[in-house]
Design a protein. Structure first.
Length: 236
């Protein structure tokens, strides 16, 4: 039975991590679903593009807490059940994965920046602080949240390995860093093209691709009749 405790803790952390607070907060506050505008990402940065700063702050804090609290719970109450650093690292990683692939939202989640920050603060407060400072410095100079997240994700494992050494925490941090960079692959392309949105930039709706026009046998595109065209014999 003792061997099952880490598995139970990991499952609970995943379920907590699956709570997409960007969507939940937006619904409660009567805002548009963040998956329908801006980058389409259910995260605090995209919620900020709605113009509602309170909703963005609440999303940021709650997304961070869902990464921090499961780690803290194992730290505070796990010892009697034989749960140590390894379970803490596993729980943090599973909460992070819950945000990326939430079971409640068809496994379509955000990029995990705030949740990863919460996990790092729970595993190692100094590591979390160093990573957050890195994010703030890059974001302040570039105004790109995605670039700041990518740089912080790359630096976090090096901070852990160079200052505090290896172990389960280092493994979890490396996995989260790699997943964060992978989840930002679309942003990396936009950064290279110069089309990436900056922090606080006005949101644009996520526009679905238009269906191609039907063609006649002659090969000419068929143009749908305008609704304003009058019928034969109708009064103007």
């Amino acid at each position: 039975m003792t061997a099952l405790y880490p598995a139970f803790a990991a499952l609970a952390a995943y379920l907590v991590g699956s709570l997409s607070f960007a969507v939940i907060v937006s619904r409660v506050m009567g805002l548009n679903d963040p998956r329908t505008y801006g980058s389409g990402n259910p995260g605090a940065t995209n919620v900020l593009r709605s113009g509602n700063k309170l909703a963005a702050v609440l999303t940021l804090l709650l997304d961070a807490l869902k990464g921090y609290l499961p780690v803290l719970a194992v730290q505070r109450y796990g010892a009697p059940f034989g749960l140590g650093e390894g379970t803490m690292a596993l729980v943090g990683l599973m909460a992070f994965c819950g945000h990326l692939w939430p079971v409640y939202f068809k496994f379509k989640g955000g990029k995990g920046v705030a949740t990863a920050a919460g996990v790092l603060l729970g595993l190692n407060p100094w590591l979390g602080l160093a990573t957050l400072v890195t994010w703030v410095i890059i974001a302040a100079f570039s105004r790109y949240s995605s670039l700041a997240a990518i740089v912080a994700a790359v630096f976090a494992p090096f901070y852990q390995l160079l200052i505090w050494g290896g172990g389960p925490t280092a493994v979890a941090v490396m996995f989260m860093g790699g997943l964060l960079v992978w989840r930002h692959r679309g942003n990396i392309q936009k950064l290279l093209k110069g089309t990436e949105s900056r922090i606080g930039q006005k949101a644009a709706p996520v526009v679905p691709m238009a269906a191609p026009a039907h063609k006649h046998a002659s090969g000419h595109a068929h143009k749908p009749a305008s609704k304003s065209t009058h019928k034969h014999g109708a009064k103007p």
